[in-house]
Design a binder for this molecule. Structure first.
Ligand code: ADP
Ligand code: MG
Length: 410
């Protein structure tokens, strides 16, 4: 029997103690405070954020902690338990293309807040995290969101106090990731980390220009009462060319929208009053000899539809019925969008064969994590089956997390 590698979430006290100690060891004196922000798991709605579509994330109990103290000058000094040495820069030197390394995610938030007209100065900060890196669980957004609420507090901006203010912090953290860290992600991760609520999933609508009340709607998501839990499996799989593949998918979506004369693929989705998939596919046929564009479009549009229907079921308290939507989402990502991989498929197939109600890859794909909806009484059997299947296939041992819908950045 293979051993199961469980990744426990730290308690808030433990996280705070860790960064407080790291701060004191690295800089003189104490931090002004400690803030933290969660990683996220997306229940459904994959590769829809940059198509102005719908996603449905929850916040993980696993969080990134930051101890921070403002400075009188514009220097930024950073240490992380997950990185070597000290990262240093002057805020005045931060600009698109100019910042290197992990500090870009941090200094980028200060840069983006400044761009939005908020006065933030330099700071010293220490970071530590129990969100796994590069596992598709958004350690990058957890870091950015932790920085955002920390700077919001020390600069007295007051944005974290309201959902509308948090939507502004989402813009800043997303710009940090896109423009300073150079990762062209679509905003799902930052929205989840800053705007999810405990016990809820967050139905995100990426239509441009929506006010915060429309763009992010909390939906009560009570798995425990139904005797269910969400099991997350970090496959530890890392594949080459991930960012190139992501860029290629985005480009295909933009190309298809342009050929159809639409602002985005959202305008096809029937659930959102769009033109309908059959007509869109027929119109694309002449421009799409190999069928690739049509497969990409079919994924995005069907995924938006599945996300809306999944959210309706959750709203009706029927979380136990969402399994088929998870499976359909996975098949669509595997066959039409072509972003799954052997490890993700293995988790899904094994979890389903050992009693899960539904399972799918989550996050961008090509490695990262998969989720399974399982009865509490089946958690051990499902995780054991997945761990054994990976061992039998000679793959790196995966890590397992439980993901009750948790609290946002604070
Ligand atoms: P994911 O967000 O899925 O975990 P990404 O590649 O988007 O993966 O982000 C991971 C990157 O974010 C790391 O390579 C590192 O640069 C940065 N990062 C995230 N968390 C930390 C941390 N605790 N300390 C230092 N850097 C971090
Ligand atoms: Mg990320």
């Amino acid at each position: 029997m293979t051993t199961i590698n469980w990744l426990e979430a730290w308690t808030a006290e433990d996280g705070a103690r860790r960064v407080d100690e790291l701060f004191t060891r690295s800089f003189d004196g104490s931090p002004e405070g400690v803030w933290s922000a969660p990683g996220r798991v997306n229940l459904i709605g994959e590769h829809t954020d940059y198509n102005a579509g719908l996603c449905l994330p929850t916040a993980l109990p696993h969080r990134t902690y930051i101890a921070l103290r403002p400075r009188d000058d514009d220097h930024v000094r950073l240490v992380s338990a997950q990185a070597e040495g000290m990262w240093e820069a002057r805020l005045s030197d931060i600009a698109p293309g100019a910042a290197r390394g992990w500090g870009a995610y941090v200094a980028g938030v200060a840069w983006a807040l400044d761009q939005a007209g908020h006065k933030v100065g330099g700071f010293d900060a220490a970071v530590d995290s129990c969100v796994p890196f590069g596992a598709g669980l958004s350690s990058s957004a957890a870091l950015e969101a932790a920085v955002a609420v920390a700077l919001d507090a020390v600069a007295g901006l007051g944005l974290a106090a309201s959902d509308a203010g948090r939507a502004e912090l989402v813009d800043a953290t997303r710009r940090a990731e896109n423009e300073i860290a150079g990762a062209p992600t679509g905003g799902l991760d930052q929205s989840a980390s800053l705007r999810c609520r405990e016990g809820h999933a967050l139905l995100l609508d990426f239509k441009p220009g929506l006010d915060p009340l429309e763009s992010g709607v909390p939906v009560p998501f009570d798995l425990a009462t139904a005797g269910l839990t969400l099991l997350v499996v970090d496959t530890k799989a890392e594949h080459d060319h991930v960012s190139g593949e992501y860029g290629a998918r985005r480009a295909s979506c933009e190309q298809a929208a342009e050929l159809l004369g639409l602002d985005s693929l959202r305008d096809i989705a029937p659930t959102l009053g769009g033109m309908g998939i059959e007509r869109a596919l027929a119109e694309l046929e002449a421009h799409d000899p190999d069928g690739v564009l049509r497969r990409r479009v079919r994924h995005v549009v069907s995924e938006i539809d599945r996300t809306a229907r999944f959210a309706d079921l959750v709203r009706e308290g029927r979380a136990a019925d969402v399994g088929p939507f998870m499976l359909a989402s996975h098949a669509s990502l595997r066959d039409d969008y072509e972003v799954s991989c052997r490890e993700l498929d293995l988790v899904v197939d094994t979890a389903m064969a050992s009693g899960a109600l539904g399972a799918r890859m989550t996050g961008g794909g090509f490695g990262g994590s998969a989720i399974a909806l399982v009865h509490l009484s089946d958690v051990d059997a499902v995780s054991q089956a997945v761990a054994d299947a990976f061992a039998d296939a000679g793959l790196t041992a995966p890590a397992f997390l439980l993901a009750p819908p948790s609290a946002p950045a604070a």
